[in-house]
Design a protein around this ligand. Structure first.
Ligand SMILES: [Zn+2]
Ligand SMILES: [Zn+2]
Length: 346
């Protein structure tokens, strides 16, 4: 459809390390697309990777793949959405034709496109997205919470991969947004105990408020961490989740998991990180090691969990900044100060 070209404010990564705030043309939604007036957009580690030039997207790029907003215009042929609808965005659009798509493993698509990664995203006043990626928000989910529907959907896939059983004890290494969402999901899935390992006191306190059985400081415990975790677990760590994206915690996860247990690698480790693995333990103790990547077919369940109040995301939002402060929001996350920083409409 045709709209007069109006400028809008956007945070643009012009090239690695160069995030600038500038006026750009408001996108015109193409056939099958909708224009979304962005309300809230979460800063994720992936955005920092794109800023640092460590990702597969190209430049210039408006980042932002965790956002919510209001449908402002419909492209040709769009049905099922109306102007004014409140929506959360699923950023991932698999090709539908590759071997993995045709096997139902759409998150492994070899030609995936992603809003905020391979096409412009949500750190802007407006964003055009394929209509299938704009998911109507349930009435009881705020636009602010809707911005976190995407990380919840990714964590749900992690749970689908790890398959915790009722009565398991879970250990989560890393108490950031992801660790705290996974913790809530593990509790809801029936975990008897969930132990969080996190160096920052504010995140440990939040974990305890949201239901963690124990929150341990790995720095203070040092060499004694393994023993303290086992004590907090009452003897066995059935599920250990690496949610920090660090080589050290990936190694710890393998050391901590109990016989018969599962390690879920959820954090984004550097590509060259390596850990020592004892095949004997995996064999003899029947340990299961699984990875989890993005959010295949989990968005609707994520919205249902938010609508039902089972997963709480608003307490995870430690900082809200306006769009002109996007660079500051990125810096807060880079310094590890924010649990979740969200950029909201001016
Ligand atoms: Zn993300
Ligand atoms: Zn594909």
């Amino acid at each position: 459809m045709f709209l007069p070209v109006m400028p809008m404010l956007a945070a643009v990564i012009e090239a690695p390390q160069q995030l600038v705030l500038k006026d750009v043309p408001t996108p015109d939604p193409g056939p099958g697309e909708v224009l979304v007036e962005v309300h809230a957009s979460g800063v994720c580690g992936t955005d920092l990777h794109i800023l640092q030039g460590e990702y597969w997207g190209d430049y210039p790029r408006i980042p932002g793949h965790e956002f919510s907003g209001i449908v402002a215009a419909l492209g040709d042929g769009v049905t099922g959405l109306r102007i004014g609808d409140r929506v959360a965005i699923n950023p991932n659009l698999p090709c539908g034709r590759c071997r993995y798509c045709l096997r139902g493993q759409v998150n492994l698509c070899t030609d995936n496109t992603a809003v905020g990664v391979t096409r412009d995203g949500g750190f802007a006043e407006y964003c055009a997205v394929p209509a299938a990626l704009a998911l109507p928000l349930p009435e009881t989910v705020s636009l602010l919470a809707g911005a976190l529907a995407e990380p919840v959907s990714c964590c749900l896939h992690g749970m689908d991969r790890a398959r915790p059983r009722v009565g398991d004890t879970a250990v989560i290494l890393g108490g950031g947004t992801i660790g705290l969402i996974l913790m809530q999901l593990a509790l809801h899935a029936g975990a008897a105990r969930v132990v969080i390992v996190e160096p920052l006191p504010a995140k440990r306190e939040l974990a305890l408020r949201l239901g963690a059985t124990a929150a341990l400081d790995p720095v203070a415990l040092g060499e004694g961490l393994g023993e303290a975790v086992l004590q907090a677990c009452a003897g066995a760590a059935d599920l250990v989740v690496e949610a920090a994206g660090r080589q050290e915690t990936a190694q710890q996860a393998l050391r901590l998991v109990s016989p018969g247990g599962t390690v879920l690698f959820f954090g984004v480790c550097p590509p060259d990180a390596e850990v020592a693995l004892r095949p004997h333990d995996v064999f003899f103790h029947e340990q299961t090691l699984v990875g989890s990547y993005i959010n295949p077919f989990t968005c609707i369940r994520a919205l249902d969990l938010l609508a039902a109040g089972v997963v709480q995301v608003e307490p995870l939002i430690s900082h809200q900044l306006a769009l002109p402060q996007t660079a500051e929001a990125f810096a807060l996350v880079a310094r590890g100060e924010a649990t979740k920083a969200v950029v909201t409409r001016i």
